[in-house]
Design a binder for this molecule. Structure first.
Ligand SMILES: Cc1cc2nc3c(=O)[nH]c(=O)nc-3n(C[C@H](O)[C@H](O)[C@H](O)COP(=O)(O)OP(=O)(O)OC[C@H]3O[C@@H](n4cnc5c(N)ncnc54)[C@H](O)[C@@H]3O)c2cc1C
Length: 376
């Protein structure tokens, strides 16, 4: 019997589980390692904050997903990877050997090592932590500060402002907001933030947080009663001491086949993969989704020894849809940008379809409550 260990129930692993449910691999025991019993879908978190969804509409029950795929769930997380001995240490100390292991554990928010951040900010990863943000943001009053001007930071600032009506400031270290989006989308988002009275501070580098204020490199101090940390990605800590090759930023190094160049039985996908071929793969869920079918085929090849590995090629661009929290969304596609209700309807339909596919697999009725959900 061979053992396949899937670490992290990220986007691409959902496709691997679906493929295993449709076509089981004889002679292979599959283990899914997660942090907890459910997975929240990040794309719908801003909508949940805005009040568009209830929590069960954006969560997968992992026990059901694992069962459908004939896999065993280990919900205590992975603590350490020992690549040279093909071992994974779980959060409770047990050690799991593997023949093939695949990592889809996402990334961590950058800058959390700055003084005061872990203590005074609501850091959004693991995503379950978002649950406390809404309670705190609706309970408290006073200034709300969102740190990080990427797509997620913009959505959270707009949705929190819409839900709470609190004075909101979005701060970003660089010049561009949303970071990495075309100029037309940036212009549109700036106008939207201004109309919604979300103060935008660009080229503002945060150096530390005290209980009620953020200190900037300029010497300025910005007061807050709630601070939400939504910065860009940094590598999970698991890989640097694992013995497997990592890229310059500490992500698990992979070839375009999603396989490790140093340990051919190791694969990585989504945010936690560092592509060494030089192809540009942004850290976003839409890229992780497209890696799913390639990963699934390649894990089968690695386990059966049959067939060449497929290569993943990142799409050249994608339709970005940002929830504005007021029943509209901003859409950006190849240099064009739009805002309106139709964009929101499109985003809602895409997200619901994605959820329904895997919720059905998990034995959930799409959007239904399967287990008591805590919204804290
Ligand atoms: C609020 C918000 C909104 C976003 N909206 C979008 C969007 O609309 N579109 C988009 O493309 N991107 C969006 N993103 C970015 C997106 O969330 C990530 O790029 C994407 O989730 C990465 O997918 P992944 O498959 O790599 O991992 P993830 O989806 O992050 O899944 C990783 C899983 O692994 C688990 N895990 C972590 N560590 C361990 C461990 N040690 N052991 C076991 N399990 C572990 C995590 O708990 C998580 O369940 C958003 C991000 C945020 C924060």
């Amino acid at each position: 019997m061979k053992r396949l260990v899937l670490v992290g129930p990220g986007h691409a692993h959902l496709y691997v589980l679906e493929a295993l449910a449709l076509a089981p691999l004889p002679g292979v025991e599959t283990v899914l390692v997660s942090l907890g019993a459910r997975q929240l879908y990040s794309g719908m978190v801003p909508g949940w904050i805005a009040g568009d969804y209830v929590l069960e509409q954006l969560s997968f029950e992992l026990e059901g997903l694992a069962r459908a795929a004939g896999a065993r769930l280990e919900p205590g997380g992975a603590a350490e990877l020992r690549a040279n001995s093909r071992e994974l240490q779980l959060g409770d100390g047990r050690v799991l050997g593997y023949d093939v292991a695949s990592f889809d554990i996402g990334s961590l928010p950058a800058g959390t090592e700055l003084p005061g951040v872990e203590e005074h900010a609501r850091v959004l990863k693991p995503l379950e932590r978002t649950l406390t943000v809404l309670t705190e943001a609706t309970r408290e009053s006073g200034p709300l500060l969102v740190v990080g001007g990427g797509a997620a930071g913009v959505e959270l600032a707009l949705c929190l402002q819409a839900r709470t009506g609190r004075p909101t400031t979005l701060i970003e270290r660089g010049e561009e907001v949303p970071r990495g989006m075309p100029r037309s989308a940036r212009r549109l988002v700036r106008g939207l933030l201004a109309r919604r009275r979300v103060a935008l501070r660009t080229e503002a580098t945060l150096v530390s947080l005290s209980p009620a204020a953020a200190q900037l490199a300029s010497g300025e101090s910005l007061p807050f009663t709630t601070c939400v940390w939504a910065t860009g990605a940094r590598a999970p800590e698991l890989f640097v001491r694992s013995g497997a090759a990592v890229d310059a930023r500490g992500y698990l190094a992979v070839e375009d086949t999603l396989r490790s160049p140093s340990h051919p039985e190791l694969f990585a996908t989504g945010d936690c993969a560092g592509f060494i071929s030089g192809q540009h793969v942004p850290k976003a869920g839409v890229y992780a989704v497209r890696q799913g079918p390639v990963l699934s085929a390649n894990l089968r090849s690695a386990l059966t020894g049959q067939g060449p590995l497929q290569s993943y090629r990142a799409q050249r661009g994608f339709l970005s849809l940002l929830n504005a929290g007021d029943g509209t969304a901003v859409g950006a596609w190849k240099g064009l940008a739009f805002q309106g209700r139709a964009m929101w309807q499109l985003k809602d339909a895409i997200d619901r379809r994605f959820m329904a596919r895997f919720q059905r697999l998990a034995g959930q009725r799409p959007g239904s409550r399967q287990a008591p959900l805590s919204e804290e």
